[in-house]
Design a protein around this ligand. Sequence first.
Ligand code: GL1
Length: 216
Amino acid sequence: MSLAAIIYNLDGVITDTAKYHFESWKWVSKQLDYKLSEKQNLKLKGIGRKESLEKILKWSGSRISEAQKQHLLQMKNQMYLEFIDTMTPSEIFPGFKKFNSSVKENGIKVAIGSSSRNAIRIIDKLDLVLDFHAIVDGGMTEHTKPEPDIFLLAAEKLQTPTSSCLVIEDSQAGLSAAKKAGIKGVLYGEDKGLKGAQLQIKNWEHAHLDKLNDLF
Ligand code: GL1
């Protein structure tokens, strides 16, 4: 068995959109007279939009109608898109493009697997559309992370068995989704204490393809 495909998460792995999501979820929480903490925000990482709102409603003890939920989700996304629309390729994490090019030069396929329904829009803003063989976002599957659907669809689009794929993730929801999909997971970033990662890459400038190959 050898490494044949890498599936990257987007938010927090290729660019720091997490800070924009946090600002938008804080605004939503404020509408519910609730203050969302940074620690709670970590628990939202990788989770889809609707599912994230449900968690905030539970934490805040709020009960609102379906119409109010839809309104809040729409407002959250509107606010988020205002941040996103200012993004440029300068917001790609340093070293990512170089690393991804070397992966492709070695004949390994690459995809994005994100719970975000805005993934394609962000990839486009970052001018990265042509850098991947497939993109799977939160609008393409029934369930988002921590369920395995997104990664299973990405592997299918890459026509690669899950046993030859590798997922690179910054969140617990993402690592759990990879595990459920039967795919090895690598943690990206400085986080400690996440479960299920076979290796950690602190940043792209310190990433080595050899180390990823050694996992197979
Ligand atoms: C959704 C959530 C975000 C984040 C992403 C996954 O994005 O709203 O908070 O968890 O999924 O990284 P979006 O709203 O863009 O579909």
